[in-house]
Design a protein around this ligand. Structure first.
Ligand SMILES: [Cu+2]
Length: 306
């Protein structure tokens, strides 16, 4: 009996060492992924708070999980069946019942508190914006207008808008507070760049809606796919756009280029992007090919043709 137990302990120890060695072989990237617990790395200052909330929530869940596993294994081992005698039956243990009622409540309170704190950080409008972008959503397209710069011909703000063959691209400066003002011309849409870990519904009549503004501080240069995240009709799935994070000086050059080409120039988005050394067309998404002119396949089975 004693020898059998020590054999089990030896096997358990050998297994643990094997696990430690295999897990220890993970690269730094794997460790970062493990610490993020599957959460994608965001590209804005605000997204870091969301990631931290997720990481600590996962840590809390793991602590609770470890406690539950330990209790399960403890009960299995200590109270395993030794003979046919029925063990002592206990019920109505008040202290334990009080603990497992109060403890989950406290966990919910703490999670709620940190969720509210994180939400306040993400939706904070207090830092003065360095620039503003006006986003207008409509079926099924986006218009990005930059009130900081006027088209000298018309004195209206420079803007770009997508077309059937061109994805609309919103250009924002890295490391600056960008204030977004969103509004819709028809139904409810939603502005969503997944890499910012942020999504905001876009309503018609934004003056009645206090939440039509938010701020993002992009930190990582690059191109990021944007989507409409509120089902808005037939071509909702094609209502993509792209966000380009460029240096602050390139951002100013982009606005200057837009102003020099003017809002009447239908190629201004591609030409202004080329002027600052950026790819003229979207690189993360493309206009959806509906292939509606294509004929129905003739090789379909006979019964399906009726
Ligand atoms: Cu939409």
């Amino acid at each position: 009996m004693g020898r059998g137990r020590s054999g089990r302990v030896t096997r358990l120890a050998a297994g643990s060492v094997f696990l430690m060695l295999t897990l220890g072989a993970c690269s730094t990237e794997d460790w970062n992924k493990a610490f993020g617990f599957g959460w994608p790395a965001g590209i804005t200052e605000q997204s870091r708070s969301v990631r931290e909330l997720w990481t600590w929530s996962a840590v809390a869940a793991l602590v609770v999980g470890a406690l539950v596993w330990a209790l399960i294994f403890w009960a299995c081992i200590v109270y395993r069946r030794r003979n046919s005698e029925l063990p002592r039956q206990t019920k109505y243990n008040l202290p334990i019942e009080a603990i497992y009622t109060v403890a989950p409540f406290l966990i919910v309170v703490v999670l709620f508190y940190y969720t509210a704190v994180t939400q306040n950080i993400v939706t904070d409008l207090k830092p003065p914006p360095d620039t503003t972008v006006s986003v207008t959503a409509f079926k099924w397209n986006w218009q990005f207008s930059y009130p900081d710069r006027q088209d000298p011909r018309t004195d209206e703000a420079v803007y770009t808008v997508g077309s059937t063959t061109e994805i609309p691209i919103v250009v924002v400066p890295q490391g600056q507070n960008v204030r977004f003002q969103v509004s819709s011309n028809d139904v409810i849409h939603a502005f969503w760049v997944p890499d910012t870990l942020f999504k905001r519904d876009v309503f018609p009549a934004p003056t009645k809606n206090q939440n039509n503004q938010f701020q993002l501080k992009p930190e990582v240069l690059g191109s990021y796919r944007g989507r409409c995240a509120e089902f808005c009709g037939t071509y909702h799935s094609q209502m993509n756009f792209e966000m380009r994070v460029v240096s602050p000086s390139d951002y100013q050059r982009y606005l200057n280029a837009l102003a020099s080409f003017g809002n009447e120039d239908s190629d201004r988005q591609a030409k202004a992007l080329t002027a600052i050394g950026q790819a003229p067309q979207a690189t993360t998404t493309h206009p959806f090919d509906t292939e509606r002119e294509r004929r129905a396949p003739s090789e379909r089975p006979a019964e399906a043709q009726d």
